[in-house]
Design a protein around this ligand. Structure first.
Ligand code: ZN
Length: 102
């Protein structure tokens, strides 16, 4: 098992693990089970994402770079020209008024 990523928190670890799993890398999130078990989180407490199979390490590192890359300009949220709502990039139609981004 190879450590791929030191996560900021549980959500970050899970999102990273999901990202890798979706792309064929079997992952193990370490550290999360400690939460709630001892009542107090140690100061150096970290969650980390590991590739279960050592052979996946290179692929996992590559995917991690993608995972951490900033969202490209053209994939950012857009503002509805009709009603002014901010719409997430994955939607082409305003959820508020039905106008399209184009
Ligand atoms: Zn709208």
């Amino acid at each position: 098992m190879k450590k791929i990523y030191d996560a900021r928190d549980r959500l970050d670890a899970q999102m990273c693990a999901d990202y890798l799993e979706d792309r064929g890398v079997r992952t193990h999130v370490q550290g999360g089970f400690l939460q709630g078990a001892v009542g107090e989180v140690p100061p150096d407490y970290r969650m980390s994402v590991h590739a279960i199979h050592d052979r996946d390490e290179a692929l996992a590192q590559e995917l991690l770079t993608e995972y951490l890359a900033p969202v490209p300009e053209d994939a950012r949220a857009w503002r509805c020209p009709r009603c002014g709502e901010t719409i997430d990039a994955q939607f082409d139609i305003c959820w508020n008024c039905g106008a399209t981004s184009g």
